[in-house]
Design a protein around this ligand. Structure first.
Ligand SMILES: NC(=O)c1ccc[n+]([C@@H]2O[C@H](COP(=O)([O-])OP(=O)(O)OC[C@H]3O[C@@H](n4cnc5c(N)ncnc54)[C@H](O)[C@@H]3O)[C@@H](O)[C@H]2O)c1
Ligand SMILES: C[N+](C)(C)CCCC=O
Length: 483
């Protein structure tokens, strides 16, 4: 069993608790056992965190970018050194197999800290000559940023928000999901140990109400949410009241298009990565798999064969490659969608059932003969449920792929190079893949179009979302006035 957190919150460089806050339990999804009990932040805790962030931000922004970057890069090194322990904790927190967490969570967080640490020293404005006069622009921090996380990638989400925010000279108050609240505390500890001044990165726990108090607080300049579209709507609206900057990383129902000429084995691998990694609890999953009619039978046959390689079991066992749903609630939601798929006439070609064992396991499930109007083809399920739809032509599949309110990701498998780029250009999605799926290197922009979000995480683009430009006009001659 993992080590219990010292206290619920990490504020101003130290662990702190306030037992007056509502208690909530953290469960290990593989067994349903309680592994920690935390307290939601009270107004006093929220105040303390925002005051600490406000105070720390001024001094932090006054350092050079190189000095800030050094802290972030040191934090990245510590995360990599502690990858095993952090991965074990992430697996307890989320139920995702250690086989995944040991390569995709703290490592991805470390990549973000290293990348933005490296960029911090080169953040500049520009010089614009106007005859003798000139304008220069200053790239300045926004101030205090609030980060709010979803439950599927707790370490990654905390780092993808903290790294660009801190690189630009902001301070952050981060509220993890109440379902997976443990790992963000470790991120705070590590940043502190790496030399981030007290108050630069703070973690407060709680449910939606704590998030809502943070979003509306006048001390906050920016809100970055990773969560569902319904929550995004509320948070964006509340932030707009205070004219705060936002980043919205929301849900999806992404298309993955497989043409007849695709390499079958690679296409099946892409569909597996885009539907069953993290037991399907991935925002960018390509859950509408459009398969051209000529390859459909071969695709379904090979997919069923490959799914026999699923090893479901104790997620801490490195051999396990498929874990449980994060919670009983999420398993119930997924089961509800599977029942709906069956009742609306889709054919279960693999899985479809709850697993008879402790924890919140559900089989990887493939529906074939899915049509565009079925609920399972329209709504985000956030579980291991793939819908296979068939199509005839490129023009038809492009139209159907974009026929959704979401626009997070999209992918295409084909041997035809020009068609691949035509498809990528036509997809109404922020993150597109050609002949692969679901990779998210820190160097590449990640984020959504349409209802899937606003702004981008990772890459140099994230800098735009955590800083603002000030233009300074400098006159070199006398001032001419009309009177
Ligand atoms: N685009 C991305 O990068 C990305 C990544 C991961 C997950 N997601 C999305 O997240 C969703 C699953 O995560 P979830 O169930 O934790 O999402 P959720 O929307 O239920 O909760 C997200 C966070 O928002 C908080 N919250 C809830 N109501 C709030 C309010 N009124 N004000 C402020 N905060 C509030 C929650 O406590 C939680 O921390 C899926 O839709 C998934 O697609 C998106
Ligand atoms: C790195 N992945 C697997 C694309 C996950 C990104 C975060 C979405 O849930």
């Amino acid at each position: 069993m993992h080590q219990q957190p010292t206290a619920s919150h990490f504020i101003d460089g130290q662990y702190i608790d306030d037992t007056a806050g509502d208690a909530f339990d953290v469960l290990y999804p593989a067994t349903g056992e309680v592994i920690a009990r935390l307290h939601a932040a009270t107004p006093a805790i929220i105040n303390r965190a925002l005051d600490a962030a406000r105070r720390a931000q001024t001094d932090w922004a006054a350092l050079t970018g190189t000095e800030r970057g050094r802290v972030l890069r040191r934090a990245a090194d510590i995360m990599r050194e502690r990858n095993h322990d952090l991965s074990v904790l992430e697996t307890f927190d989320t139920g995702k197999p250690y086989q995944e967490t040991s390569v995709a969570d703290a490592t991805s967080g470390a990549d973000a800290l290293e990348y933005f640490g490296g960029l911090a020293g080169s953040l500049t404005g520009e010089h614009i000559q106007l005859g003798a006069d000139f304008v220069y622009s200053r790239r300045e921090a926004l101030g205090v940023c609030v980060g709010i996380g979803a439950w599927n990638y707790p370490t990654q989400i905390a780092c993808w928000k903290a790294a660009p925010a801190l690189a630009c000279g902001n301070a952050m108050v981060f509220k993890p999901s109440e379902t997976t609240p443990l790992s963000a505390l470790k991120v705070a500890e590590i940043l502190n140990e790496a030399g981030a001044p007290a108050g630069t990165f703070n973690v407060v726990q709680g449910l939606g109400a704590v998030g809502a108090s943070l979003v509306t607080d006048p001390r906050v300049d920016k809100v970055s949410l990773t969560g569902s579209v319904p929550t995004g709507r509320k948070v964006y609206a509340a932030a707009a009241e205070g004219m705060k900057h936002v980043t919205m990383e929301l849900g999806g129902k992404s298309p993955l298009v497989i043409f007849d000429d695709a390499d079958l084995e690679n296409a099946v691998s892409g569909a597996i990565l885009g539907n069953f990694y993290s037991s399907g609890q991935v925002c960018s999953n390509g859950t509408r798999v459009f398969v051209q009619k000529g390859i459909k039978d071969a695709f379904l046959k090979r997919l069923s064969e490959r799914l026999k390689g699923v090893i479901m079991g104790d997620p801490q066992d490195p051999k396990t490659n498929f874990g449980p749903m994060v919670s009983k609630n999420q398993r119930d939601i997924v089961e509800g969608y599977i029942a709906k798929g069956i009742s609306e006439g889709a054919h279960v070609s693999f899985g479809g059932k709850r697993v008879d064992k402790a924890g919140f396991f559900i089989e990887p499930t493939v529906f074939s003969d899915v049509t565009d109007d079925m609920t399972i083809a329209r709504e985000e399920i956030f579980g291991p449920v793939m819908s296979v739809l068939d199509f005839d032509t490129e023009e038809e599949v492009m139209r159907r792929a974009n026929d959704t309110e979401f626009g997070l990701a999209a992918g295409v498998f084909t041997a035809d190079l020009t068609r691949a780029h035509r498809m990528a250009a036509g997809f109404e999605a922020g993150t597109c893949y050609i002949n692969t799926y679901n990779l998210a290197p820190v160097e590449a922009p990640f984020g959504g179009m349409k209802m899937s979000g606003v702004g981008r995480e990772n890459s140099k683009a994230a800098i735009e979302h955590y800083s603002q430009l000030k233009g300074v006009y400098v006159a070199m001659t006398d001032v001419e006035a009309p009177f």
